[in-house]
Design a protein around this ligand. Structure first.
Ligand SMILES: Cc1cc2nc3c(=O)[nH]c(=O)nc-3n(C[C@H](O)[C@H](O)[C@H](O)COP(=O)(O)OP(=O)(O)OC[C@H]3O[C@@H](n4cnc5c(N)ncnc54)[C@H](O)[C@@H]3O)c2cc1C
Length: 427
């Protein structure tokens, strides 16, 4: 029997902070620092000047917009060095896309599967301060016409496709199938890189569903490389460190955000004049086009619909955390079985099917559509952002970039190091 999930749980109420109850935040808005007229010049000198004045007059150092990985990391780093931060988020929960929800002993990855991986020891040590990690290794499978294949493309996959057992045997088949003509689109590119069997079995249907267009109509640059591995190693990532927080990502965020005040269900853009006056420096992690009221048009995204199901009478649905569905006819791209991200033992299971969607403003933007037009548009918004006094932009939406979690943490670390220098010069 299947049962649809209820709406996501709210974050712990203890995190919903003293700000609201004490009225402290609103007292701040009365402070004289808010009377300083905004300077219209963009020079960094004036920017710093305003930063100093405001900082002297107000008690908050940073207003962080967004409690996702970028905002949370930034707020933690600043708080640990004695700066006062307030985080606001328009969502009803913390952790942005990394949010996980408990279903009994199973941590459900609400917005798609999240596997932490990095080769950077500083980043690995950082996240390990806030959670213990299990030793999960991502070994996804692909299902095509009722047959399972191993990913990434490796000797195991080639054995499953053709029965070949060595690099030499596999390369002979791949090379004989490679397209050698002019590269006009994504299909040509993929055929040139891996040949027809791998393309048609494991790439074509998945990619067309993901982007909502035939591969022949997609630009070639979407696929720059398609790594082929000539060993039987099926560990998807090459990184030195990999795992999932033992208690889920939400628990990691609760520790990361300890003692940092947060207000949920607050959209910065609905009352930006008020919020801008609450702190001398704003760190904004929302959509950059949205911030500027789409004045140059909207940046294109692909969206996703997650269909979560509890299977009450099934303890093992697919025997693996991630299975890609590579047939075009199946409308979803992946099926996730969350219990296999950990060693959760229970009689039921929870699965999530991921359906790609066109993005409209009422949907969550997930994957930037990385065309030249969109990059040119982003550059225009980015130029506006660099002129915005006392507002710093970071994270996947503000930078219009797909970033893995370790990349987001690194980006927040760098942003903090840069901003800290500005603050230190000032005080
Ligand atoms: C399907 C999927 C699977 C992924 N899997 C992996 C994986 O396996 N491994 C990996 O390393 N990475 C993975 N990622 C990437 C990972 O999700 C991102 O790196 C990370 O979530 C980005 O964090 P962020 O803070 O930049 O953005 P977000 O998590 O989106 O956080 C932004 C926050 O800002 C808030 N916000 C936005 N606008 C406003 C506003 N106006 N006012 C107030 N609040 C606002 C939002 O509500 C949100 O909480 C995956 C991404 C997707 C889409």
């Amino acid at each position: 029997m299947t049962q649809k999930f209820r709406a996501p749980l709210k974050a712990r109420s203890s995190l919903l902070t003293p700000w609201e109850s004490t009225g402290l935040l609103f007292a701040n808005s009365e402070q004289p620092g808010n009377e300083i007229a905004p300077l219209d010049s963009n020079s960094s000198c004036r920017k710093m000047f305003k930063l100093v004045l405001n900082a002297l007059l107000m008690s908050l150092d940073f207003l962080v917009v967004g409690s996702g990985l970028f905002g949370a990391t930034f707020a933690r780093l600043a708080t640990d060095e004695g700066y006062k931060c307030l985080i606001i988020d328009k969502n009803s929960h913390i952790a942005g896309n990394c949010f996980t929800r408990k279903h009994g002993v199973i941590d459900v990855h609400e917005y798609g599967p999240h596997i932490f991986h990095t080769s950077n020891k500083e980043i690995w040590d950082f996240v390990n301060k806030y959670a213990t990690f299990n030793s999960f290794v991502n070994r996804p499978k692909a299902l095509f016409s009722n047959k399972l294949y191993s990913l990434p493309f490796c000797l195991q996959t080639f054995y499953e496709l053709w029965g070949t057992k060595t690099e030499e045997e596999a390369k002979k088949i791949i090379n004989s199938q490679r397209y050698t003509g002019e590269i006009r689109n994504l299909e040509d590119q993929a055929l040139a890189l891996v040949g027809r069997d791998i393309y048609e079995t494991l790439i074509k249907g998945y990619t067309e569903k993901q982007w909502g267009r035939p591969a022949k109509e997609l630009p070639a640059f979407i696929i720059k490389r398609l790594p082929l591995r000539f060993t039987f190693e099926t560990n998807y990532f090459n990184d030195k460190y990999q795992g999932i927080p033992n208690q889920g990502y939400t628990e990691l965020f609760l520790n990361l955000l300890k003692d940092i005040p947060i207000k949920l269900n607050v959209n910065y853009l609905h009352n930006r004049n008020f919020w801008k006056e609450q702190a001398p420096t704003i760190v904004y992690t929302g959509g950059i086009d949205e911030y500027f009221d789409y004045c140059y048009g909207n940046l294109e995204y692909r969206s996703l619909r997650f269909e979560h199901r509890v299977l009450e009478t099934t303890s093992n649905y697919q025997g693996n955390a991630i299975v890609n569905y590579t047939n075009k006819e199946v409308p979803f791209t992946r099926c996730i079985e969350h219990k296999f991200f950990s060693s959760a033992q229970c009689k039921e299971t929870v699965i999530t099917r991921e359906y790609p969607l066109n993005h409209t403003k009422d949907k969550v933007p997930y994957y930037p559509v990385n065309t030249e037009d969109n990059q040119a548009l982003y550059k225009k918004y980015s130029a506006l952002a660099s002129n915005e006094s006392n507002v710093y932009f970071g994270g996947r939406l503000a930078e219009y970039k797909y970033m893995d979690m370790h990349v987001v943490i690194e980006s927040a670390l760098n942003k903090w190091k840069k901003l800290k220098k500005v603050k230190q010069v000032l005080f």
